[in-house]
Design a protein around this ligand. Structure first.
Ligand code: MOS
Length: 756
């Protein structure tokens, strides 16, 4: 695999260690197994009667109906079994406020054990507690559940007669229009209209979800696999009717999330209620199989895209409608049609997101919710239009480049999309792409090239951090944010080290604990943008205190200097005009007999309605398709990304590669199918839910067009984890068409769809 290309850098991109390729500071902990994920936490090691109990959730095996009875007699007689708890044994939960972005969000609006109605396979009906996990598993298999079964509604088609338009979602109004799209479409010189489908996909993090609930009197500590400790604490405290300060949520390491650990799901409450009931800590691990219904999925979407273009390739009309599935107990909208509102310059746009309710567990955000499936439809449609017009697909996009945000009618904070196209064309060797499909061949392999645009909003939320500069030379950085494997520990180390002018080895970062200063969800690719500036500001706050201490101290060489006369480097304060006049932080603190100074700040996201902060990118892909077997190999994939400044090229490349790999999964493999009669998931295991392995991944190159974006924050870095994933699947689908002449409008593109 090729390295990161930073040659296009146009501005100074490193400040101290920021912008350099610092290897993961938590790498050693990860490879030695010292990093403790939720289920690894060792709690309550005391006497046997206080030790942690293992819970296994009892899950509904029907998709719709009424629970009649639970017979646990046989299970309770098994060795090690302590209790089988059901709705009757546990107190009712309270509703929590759903307030994404500020305080909390339950994963599912229906409260655990709300009533005896069953809405999907996997709905929790109780929990078995035993001394050992295997004992609890064996007992759970012996619990007899009796139901009154009703026929479930499983497919989008079956639910279509009841399709409806939901309320305002994460991405704004469900329906949008500007201009006269129908009329312009009718009059257009070139028209394309097709329907596209994306399947249910599951996040499949390496670490499935788990909770350990430990009560001490009326105080609760939860070890959680969560992307948002503060949100978890808020939801758990509200639902259990506890003051928020009585709940502590700890999540120092998260083994991938992709959105399924963004909100608080019923298993966490089940663990907390069970632990309270039996008076012992309870560990509830959700198995890979149970993950299918435990913490959301990307819902199926059925999208129609109509494009009208003038003879010279200007888009005159875009009409994009999407119907996605939600559960019968909550309303989650995938909002796939939203991308068409802003990605291209077009005066006449209609974009509508609708929902149907099915008896499948509640869906949730999954890496680039909305954009990922939406761009599969839009970018496939543009590709189809380009062949109809005999116009190069890059040219078509260049002609419709949006100089400013057409949705909000204001400038982009920064937009290097045109550079991304040019660099991507060069890197993939676009000139070798045959204009006519199915004309390039290497023996049995059909070869094709495809491309697509990537885009994702540049989110930022308020965040807080604490930076402690110690007399012993150590620096402690603390924030209640999370590292899902993305590199948060590492980039916060870099930002603090650069700000304080100390070596990265001196810096320790502590994350994932609600006792630390609050931070937003590690979602929406906003952690670097939200928490980074908080760490920078906290470090500055510490420095300003050090300056005051030095200026006040007659024994300091910096005595009576004004703050603006002093700079910082190598862990010392110095006088700008006389750089040898300096004093180290440690010398100053030791002489004053102070153990440390503490900088603590909470920074708001800047209110800026003058610009739209958005990231862009371009994917270019070369595929080889076995003409007889329909096997697809992504031979080379180039992702060129415009994310402002790159804080760390190593962790950024890792995010880039992983996004492309996940995109290969979306394009070629991933789907969760359900039996339409029973509502049972058919792909609730990694034997049939396929994700790419090393052998499925070819040469990936990730390049960055770096232009620091001052609008996002002082470090100039927008998020990239979701951006890079958007557009991968359509780029591959478009390359497959170029190779085979077969247009597949339904993901995943499995070999059967390419045989003819
Ligand atoms: Mo991401 S879907 O915002 O965790």
């Amino acid at each position: 695999m090729s390295g990161v290309d930073l040659k296009l850098a146009v501005a100074p991109l490193t400040t101290g260690v920021v912008g350099t390729a610092l290897p993961r500071v938590d790498g050693r902990l990860k490879v030695t197994g010292a990093a403790r994920y939720a289920a690894d936490q060792q709690v309550a090691m005391g006497p046997a009667a206080a030790r942690v109990l293992h819970g296994v959730a009892l899950c509904s095996t029907i998709a719709r109906g009424t629970l009649l009875s639970i017979d646990a007699q046989e299970a309770l007689a098994l060795p090690g079994v302590v209790a089988v708890l059901t709705a009757q044994d546990l107190p009712k939960l309270k509703k929590a406020v759903a307030d994404f972005g500020t305080t909390s969000q339950p994963g599912e609006a229906r409260l655990l054990f709300a009533d005896d109605k069953i809405h999907y396979v996997g709905q929790y009906l109780g929990v078995v507690l035993a001394e050992r996990r295997e004992q609890a598993q064996a007992a759970a298999a012996r619990v007899k559940l009796r139901y009154l079964t009703e026929p479930p509604v499983i497919t989008t088609e079956a639910a279509m007669p009841t399709a409806y338009t939901p309320g305002t979602g994460f991405g704004g109004e469900p329906s949008y229009r500007r201009g006269l799209p129908e009329r312009e479409f009718a009059d257009a010189a070139f028209k394309h209209k097709q329907t596209y489908r994306t399947p249910i996909e599951h996040h499949q993090p390496m670490e499935p979800v788990a909770s350990i609930a430990v009560w001490s009197g009326d105080e609760l500590t939860m070890y959680e696999s969560t992307q948002w400790v503060a949100g978890a604490r808020s939801v758990i405290s509200q639902m259990l009717d506890l003051p928020v300060e009585k709940v502590r949520v700890i999540s120092p390491f998260v083994g991938g999330g992709f959105g399924c650990k963004g909100f608080i799901w019923p298993h966490s409450l089940l663990a907390a209620l069970a632990a309270k009931k039996v008076g012992r800590p309870v560990k509830l691990e959700i198995s890979r199989q149970q993950l299918v219904s435990a913490c959301g999925h990307r819902p199926e979407t059925l999208q129609t895209v109509a494009l009208g273009a003038s003879a010279d390739g200007q888009l005159r009309a875009i009409m994009h409608s999407s119907v996605s599935q939600t559960s019968t107990v909550d309303e989650y909208s995938e909002e796939a049609a939203n991308v068409s509102r802003y990605l291209y310059r077009c005066a006449n746009v209609q974009s509508v997101n609708q929902l149907v309710k099915v008896n499948i567990a509640t869906p949730t955000i999954m890496r680039a919710p909305g954009e990922a499936p939406g761009l599969f439809a839009l970018e496939s449609a543009l590709d189809e239009l380009s062949y109809q017009m005999k116009l190069d697909p890059v040219r078509l996009r260049q002609k419709n480049f949006a100089e400013q945000d057409p949705l909000h009618q204001r400038p982009w904070s920064s937009n290097q999309l045109r550079e991304c196209y040019l660099l991507g064309m060069e890197k993939i060797g676009w000139s070798q792409r045959p204009a006519k499909p199915r004309t390039l061949r290497d023996k049995n392999w059909l070869i094709g090239y495809g491309m697509a645009t990537a885009t994702h909003i540049g989110f930022r939320s308020p965040g807080a951090a604490k930076v402690t500069v110690q007399a012993d030379g150590r620096v402690l950085v603390q924030s209640a944010t999370q590292d899902m494997g993305t590199g948060t520990y590492t980039i916060l180390t870099q930002l603090a080290a650069a700000e304080l002018g100390v070596a990265v080895e001196q810096v320790t970062v502590e994350l994932g604990d609600t006792r630390l200063p609050p931070a937003p969800m590690s979602g929406g690719s906003m952690t670097a943008a939200s928490v980074g500036p908080a760490v920078q500001a906290a470090a500055q706050h510490a420095i300003s205190q050090l300056k005051v201490l030095a200026a006040r101290d007659p024994q300091s060489p910096l005595h009576s200097k004004r703050p603006e006369e002093l700079g910082v480097d190598h862990g010392a304060l110095f006088v700008y005009t006389q750089q040898q006049q300096r004093e180290s932080f440690t010398a100053l603190l030791r002489r004053l007999r102070l153990p440390s100074v503490v900088g603590e700040t909470s920074v708001d996201a800047p209110e800026n309605n003058a610009v739209s902060i958005q990231s862009f990118g371009a994917h270019f892909c070369k595929v080889r398709v076995d003409a007889e077997l329909g096997l697809v190999r992504v031979a080379k994939h180039v992702a060129v990304l415009d994310v402002g400044r790159v804080l760390n090229p190593l962790t950024a490349r890792s995010q880039g590669h992983s996004g492309v790999v996940m995109g290969i999964g979306m394009a070629l493999m991933e789907q969760t199918r359900y039996d339409a009669r029973s509502g049972r998931p058919l792909d609730d295991n990694l034997g049939s839910y396929l994700i790419p392995t090393q052998a499925d991944v070819g040469d990936i190159e990730v390049a960055f067009v770096q232009t620091p974006d001052s609008h996002i924050g002082p470090h100039g870095a927008r998020g990239l984890g979701e951006l890079v994933f958007t557009g991968v699947a359509p780029a591959i689908a478009n390359a497959i068409y170029n190779a085979t002449g077969i247009r597949v409008r339904e993901l995943p593109i499995t070999p059967d769809k390419l045989l003819r």
